[in-house]
Design a protein around this ligand. Structure first.
Ligand SMILES: Nc1ncnc2c1ncn2[C@@H]1O[C@H](COP(=O)(O)OP(=O)(O)OP(=O)(O)O)[C@@H](O)[C@H]1O
Length: 931
């Protein structure tokens, strides 16, 4: 039996056209902006003028009407008043602004509404709040100015309550409404949620509202849902025009289905059995699963697309529904499998995977666990690159090192030794592997072989015992790479040497900068309990190179902080570098032993002084000293100039730096042990030439371009000379001696003048030239020795005469602004004092270095190579060195050995014999016993 709502008679009411996409349905409330709406003002004015006594809360009834849309067919509810002018507007000229609307723009159905108030604070934001009451048909528009007035006819809402088909449609509408509600609630708590959220109270009320609707209220439920969901203007018009309730319900079902699909498409719906976010009320897992499965079926997805083992289509843990991305947990599992974890790591990984699969992705712990597993999958547990160790390896490696670096013979030799050992070990292990395999085959002969093959196979006489196998394993050469430490001044090629080794071996290279690392956790990682914990530098390095046998350069290990309140980074390094321990290195974050024994560590440092002794003890030190001018010239010619020419976009024939220009750059513009500044200066020269060349090319004057750089160009390109070279004096004067100095910064050596003057006084000694305590003391030692031997030296008339009795002396070392310290000028001071007191000058081309003791012995000093290179540059011809430094002189570059006459002295008397041979030659050190 059908049910019809009562039919009120036709009436005339003011019509308020709504701006597109606004539409109103019965039982809903909307806000109509009233800025610039003269018609609304007129309606309100009229109502109050008719009934000036109307109370503010008296109900004011009007009708709200949406504007026509081109996509809604006349059958759907186009205004029945048609006129000729309407036709031309069908396609595109439809009005969307109610201010300009004419009669033809009024839609055929409207909604009688009650004005419930005005909302908004400021003038431009005010809006009229109206509440839809009933659906009406617009029979005619009787007035359009100053506001529309329409003749309205109530519609006949027909509800066929006895129709089973209608009932099932109504049930579907109810179910979809609740499904949508659940999805909106669910999606709002998921990560990457769309911007929809629903408070639990509102959700609960909506739940009840939907649940309480019965069949007779199907139309109003459809109106309500059409109003709350996101639908187009046209859809709303169609719902408004759907007088037949069944048709309306079908239309809303269509809208809801689309809406649900959209939410599922944009959100990954993940349901876990342990922590299901069920909306308060009547939702349960099964219902949700069913709803989602239905939604999937509607979208044409097959059951086969669902992970197996989950009858409801929802796996417990991490399966996402609605997109084709593979499951996150499965993906991780696969990555972990591919990572070939160590057995220990595998156990932990499986445990964590299990935990992850039970977790809700919204939990903070989920991300932590996932990050950890991702880290495990990225660590190269067993992956290695094959070392290029064939017959030609050593030749190839030598060529690589020679190609990349000039000189450094000792270091190259040591590196080649390392490669040779590695090659031998690998060869020995390979043949051992073969033996073990043969024995193992003999122990299980029948495996993988069919009967026939077995007959042919020669039977081993006996099976190997376990003991034999163990012995064989013991013979295996352990791959314990030594840790090399390259020590030397900056820019001497330590980093680039390490890179060449990696290239020669065909291994991956990674640089870990340790300079300024103050926190132990930077090396070992943070424990996983900390927020944003991460693995340390070593594990990160391994992750980056993705193999377990890279070359790691531990740069600036001398700048690593020692014990402080953040732990002791240098102690953490101990475990990394100890070949006995580093096969079980444990990072705090990973917390599983990682084998670092295959990593070849090469450390670099500028000085050994700041490296803690236990750390130093674990490394094999290779010393690199500064380069001589000749070496620098060769390095520049072979490596730096070609490199800079190409870096600056030129060809080798387009820049020519002659040797004299290069020498000038080396001596006047750089003062360093390495070649970094030299490379920079050469770069400046090449850049300037590049500008010159490009200009010449652009102006077609290439013929006039001169690729050669001249000495005068240098002044213009690099500015005025930065360093004036200390050169030996031309004239000898008593009291002035050439000493030798090695600057601690830059590792450069040079000469230094020791000047002593005497004046009348009573034994006072004045020292200037920024001398350090040790240097001052060495002057005192020299003076004491001279005073005590004044008679033997012929400086005093008798043994008890004090040479300083009536004189004062002033010792000065230029350049006065540079701090100087150290005992190595002791010999020069002694000779200078004797020269002053005896009035005999010392030849300026004779330089000396050495510490003296009170007994007159000449003791060894450091920095011989730098000092001698500096001396040669300064024009020194003869050098006196301590006897004990004879070994250092063996390593000197050939140009130094050729250019300098080096003499060794063990005692001051010997030195005096060499300085003034005419007077002291043959004098023996036996005099020391007189002291
Ligand atoms: N013997 C050499 N032959 C060729 N090039 C060299 C040589 N020594 C250094 N170089 C070049 O000098 C530059 C600086 O070298 P590198 O960066 O290796 O210095 P370093 O010793 O590691 O310095 P630091 O101690 O400051 O880290 C590089 O471009 C390198 O190629």
């Amino acid at each position: 039996m059908g049910k019809r709502s009562s039919k009120p008679s036709a009436r005339v009411l003011p019509l308020i056209p709504l701006p597109v996409p606004l539409a109103i349905l019965p039982a809903t409330t909307i806000k109509i902006p009233i800025a610039n709406r003269s018609d609304i003002a007129a309606i309100l004015a009229k109502i109050y003028s008719i009934s000036p006594t109307a109370k503010p809360d008296a109900a004011i009834t009007i009708a709200c009407v949406p504007l026509n849309s081109p996509d809604v067919s006349p059958l759907d509810g186009k205004l029945l008043i048609e006129d000729g002018s309407n036709k031309g507007r069908r396609e595109n000229l439809y009005e969307t602004d109610p201010v300009n609307a004419t009669k033809k723009d009024i839609f055929g159905y409207a909604c009688v509404a009650k004005v419930s108030g005005v909302q908004g604070r400021r003038q431009g934001e005010l809006s009229l709040v109206v509440e839809g009451l009933e659906r009406v048909r617009v029979v005619d528009v009787v007035q359009d100015r100053p506001y529309f007035e329409g003749e309205l006819e109530a519609v006949d809402e027909f509800v066929d309550v006895d129709n089973p088909e209608f009932e099932s449609h109504f049930n579907l509408l109810k179910q979809l409404s609740r499904e949508l509600l659940a999805l909106v609630r669910l999606s709002s708590i998921l990560p990457r949620a769309p911007a929809v959220s629903l408070s639990p109270i509102v959700a609960r009320r909506l739940e009840l509202f939907i649940a309480r609707k019965d069949l007779t209220e199907a139309g109003s439920l459809a109106d309500f849902m059409a109003n709350v969901v996101d639908c187009t203007h046209e859809e709303k018009l169609r719902v408004l025009a759907a007088v037949d309730v069944k048709e309306r319900v079908d239309k809303v079902i269509e809208i809801l289905q689309r809406q649900i699909t959209n939410i599922q498409g944009s959100t990954r719906i993940t349901v876990t059995t342990s922590a299901l976010p069920v909306p308060t009320g009547s939702f349960d897992i099964d219902q949700l699963r069913r709803l989602q499965q239905e939604a999937l079926q509607r979208r044409g997805m097959r059951g086969s697309n669902m992970p197996a083992g989950f009858p409801g289509g929802l796996p417990a843990g991490g399966a996402n529904v609605g997109d084709d991305e593979p499951n996150e947990v499965d993906e991780l599992k696969k990555r972990l499998q591919d990572a070939q974890l160590s057995p220990e790591a595998d156990k932990v990984a499986q445990r964590e995977l299990q935990r992850l699969s039970k977790m809700n992705p919204a939990q903070a712990e989920y991300q932590v666990c996932r990050n950890y597993l991702e880290n495990l999958a990225e660590i190269p547990w067993t992956k290695t690159t094959a070392d290029q160790l064939d017959a030609k390896t050593l030749i190839k490696a030598k060529k690589q090192l020679d190609d990349d670096h000039y000189g450094l013979e000792k270091i190259k030799k040591r590196l080649l030794e390392y490669l040779a050992v590695l090659k031998l070990k690998e060869h020995a292990n390979k043949s051992l592997d073969e033996q073990i395999r043969t024995l193992a085959d003999a122990a299980h002969p029948q495996e993988e072989k069919d009967e026939k093959e077995q007959d042919i196979e020669e039977k081993p006489t006996r099976e190997p015992t376990e003991e034999e196998m163990r012995l064989m394993e013991k013979k295996r050469m352990v791959d314990k790479s030594p840790i090399l430490l390259l020590v030397g001044p900056p820019g001497t090629g330590k980093t680039s040497l390490a890179k060449s080794i990696a290239t020669a071996l065909g291994r991956k290279f990674h640089r870990i900068s340790l300079g300024g690392v103050r926190d132990e956790a930077e090396i070992r990682g943070h424990r996983r309990t900390y927020v944003a914990a991460m693995p340390g530098l070593v594990v990160n390095g391994l992750k980056k190179v993705a193999v377990s046998n890279p070359v790691f350069l531990l740069d600036e290990i001398d700048k690593l902080s020692t014990s402080n309140y953040n732990g002791d980074p240098s102690a953490a390094m101990l475990e990394v570098l100890d070949p006995e321990q580093n096969h079980t290195f444990t990072d705090h974050y990973v917390n599983i032993p990682i084998d670092l024994s295959k990593v070849l560590f090469i450390a670099t440092a500028n000085s050994l002084d700041t490296i803690p002794p236990p750390l130093l003890d674990r490394m094999e030190t290779i010393q690199l000293s500064g380069y001589t001018t000749l070496e620098k010239r060769n390095i520049a010619e072979r490596h730096l100039i070609p490199k800079q020419i190409t870096t600056n976009g030129l060809h080798s024939e387009e820049v020519l730096i002659p040797t004299d220009v290069l020498d000038k750059i080396i001596t006047a513009y750089t003062r360093e042990a390495g070649v970094r500044n030299l490379e920079r200066e050469v770069g400046s020269v090449c850049r300037s030439k590049a500008v010159e060349y490009a200009t010449a090319k652009d102006t077609d004057t290439l013929a006039a371009y001169n690729p050669a750089v001249t000495l005068s160009d240098l002044d213009a390109i690099l500015g005025i000379e930065r360093f004036a070279e200390e050169l030996t004096e031309q004239h000898a004067r008593p009291g002035v001696v050439t000493g030798l100095v090695a600057y601690s910064s830059g590792g450069q050596g040079s000469i230094l003048f020791i000047e002593i003057a005497d004046m009348p006084g009573s034994g006072r000694v004045q020292l200037t030239g920024k001398l350090g305590d040790v240097l001052k003391e060495s002057v005192e030692v020299a003076l004491s020795w001279v005073k005590s031997h004044a008679f033997e030296l012929g400086l005093a008339a008798s043994a008890d005469e004090d040479v300083m009795k009536s004189r004062a002396i002033h010792v000065h070392c230029p350049s006065g602004a540079i701090p100087k310290d150290g005992p190595s000028a002791g010999l020069a001071h002694t000779v200078a004092l004797i020269s002053l007191f005896s009035g005999k000058p010392v030849p300026p081309t004779l330089a000396m270095t050495g510490e003296v003791s009170l007994r007159g012995r000449v003791l060894p000093v450091g920095g011989i190579k730098e000092k001698l290179i500096g001396a040669l540059r300064a024009g020194v011809e003869r050098v006196l060195l301590p006897e004990a430094n004879r070994k250092d002189a063996r390593d000197l570059p050939a140009e130094v050995l050729d250019g300098l006459k080096i003499e060794f002295v063990g005692h001051i008397w010997e030195a005096l014999g060499l300085v003034w041979p005419e007077r002291w030659e043959g004098r023996e050190a036996g005099w020391e016993s007189r002291l």
